[in-house]
Design a protein around this ligand. Structure first.
Ligand code: ADP
Ligand code: ADP
Length: 215
């Protein structure tokens, strides 16, 4: 099932074209990776898909039969360094009247952040912080989450752990995941890979298809 259909999406900043005529689909339950170097237009794409920015032209169709609630993991965390993990997440959960403490505790054990729930967010390692960011994005049971370079700046072990968590969430919750990365080797974990260069989509396919084409 298609969750989002993107047609001919273009974003210009003045005369500069950051995203040029992008068409793509996002499917329920699939992990879609947007691969590209710095400045390729990855953040711009996430900002357009999440409504943070408006396109210059083109169209984004959202499937109305799925919950409009999406989760977003920003590149720079929006959580409070001085608060504990629990305080940060409970503050967020409180915004949704139908989410109970038990719901939050269940989610925290699934993502593993229950193991350090009483630590201050600012005292956590990069990998632990990212797990908390992901947990925050999942509080309202979204159908789809967007993650902007979730593994950038993390050590190799933490990167593996984040990927394990994302794959597990995809499988157990049938969660659709859209993420950006500049690590070529990470894109292999994705069901769908889009390669972006200077605002242009230069390739699209599964890891296997792309390997056959580009060696
Ligand atoms: P990525 O996330 O792949 O690094 P971005 O989407 O952030 O790429 O940026 C794509 C290009 O658009 C870059 O050249 C960037 O400098 C430029 N850009 C991004 N935001 C703005 C803005 N608000 N004004 C002008 N240029 C921008
Ligand atoms: P990212 O690595 O996510 O692309 P950047 O460091 O490129 O982040 O951009 C951070 C912020 O600055 C974003 O909100 C982006 O829109 C804005 N930005 C990036 N490039 C420019 C630019 N050339 N002019 C104005 N704003 C920019």
């Amino acid at each position: 099932m298609k969750l989002i259909e993107v047609s001919n999406l273009t974003k210009k900043y003045g005369n500069f074209t950051a995203l040029d005529n992008l068409s793509m689909d996002i499917y329920a339950g699939q992990l879609t990776a947007f691969l590209g170097t710095n400045g390729a237009g990855k953040s711009t794409t996430i900002n357009l898909l999440t409504g943070i920015q408006q396109p210059t032209s083109g169209k984004i169709d959202y499937n109305e039969s799925y919950s409009k609630d999406i989760g977003i993991v920003f590149q720079n965390s929006i959580l409070d360094n001085k608060l504990t993990v629990w305080q940060n997440l409970a503050t967020r959960a409180y915004m949704y009247k139908h989410i109970t403490i038990q719901d939050l505790e269940n989610l925290m054990s699934q993502t593993g952040v229950n193991q350090f729930s009483h630590k201050r967010y600012g005292d956590l390692s990069g990998g632990m912080k990212r797990k908390v960011d992901i947990t925050r994005a999942l509080i309202n049971h979204p159908t789809l989450i967007f993650l902007d370079e979730p593994t950038t700046g993390l050590d190799a072990q933490s990167r593996i752990e984040i990927w394990q968590l994302l794959k597990e969430l995809q499988q157990t919750k049938n969660l659709a995941i859209f993420l950006t990365t500049h690590y070529l080797e990470e894109a292999e974990y994705a069901d769908n890979i889009y390669i972006l260069q200077k605002g242009q989509l230069i390739a699209h396919g599964s890891a296997n298809t792309l390997k056959k084409t580009y060696g």
